[in-house]
Design a protein around this ligand. Structure first.
Ligand SMILES: [Zn+2]
Length: 132
């Protein structure tokens, strides 16, 4: 997905994030790479930004819910743009992370709200599977 700088700025503003060049670059990277990269993978493509800055920027983006962390068996954090909520199917055999949005989460959110009395503000669902 290609996105303009103006759209990137609008997204950061919507999540109450101050606009910095690093945030624009890293957000753009995550939106255009649906590979669920680690910080190291991002750094190897964006060498002009230090790994420490990438970590700090990701931390800030994760705090707001704009980016989510997915942990799989490889002991690394994988990052994903979450402006369009979806769920993840993780193949435990290969560690592949598959994006999916083919089910209606509303009944689940309604049930969660009913069980907790909370107004549901978001979700992050991971489904695991093995090759049998
Ligand atoms: Zn994803």
């Amino acid at each position: 997905m290609k996105i303009s700088e103006q759209e990137l700025r609008t997204i950061l503003k919507k999540y109450n994030l101050k606009i910095t060049p690093q945030r624009l670059i890293i957000l753009n990277y995550l939106i255009s790479h649906k590979t669920h990269p680690t910080a190291e993978m991002i750094h190897s493509d964006l060498k002009t930004i230090s790994l420490a800055t990438i970590y700090n920027t990701l931390e800030k983006l994760v705090e707001t819910g704009l980016v989510v962390v997915i942990d799989i068996n490889d002991d690394k954090h994988h990052f994903d743009y979450y402006g369009n909520p979806h769920y993840h199917i993780i193949n435990k055999t290969t560690n592949e992370i598959i994006d999916a949005d083919n089910f209606n989460v509303q009944p689940l959110l309604d049930a969660a709200s009913k069980a907790s009395g909370l107004k549901i503000s978001g979700y992050h669902i991971e489904v695991y599977g093995n090759k049998s």
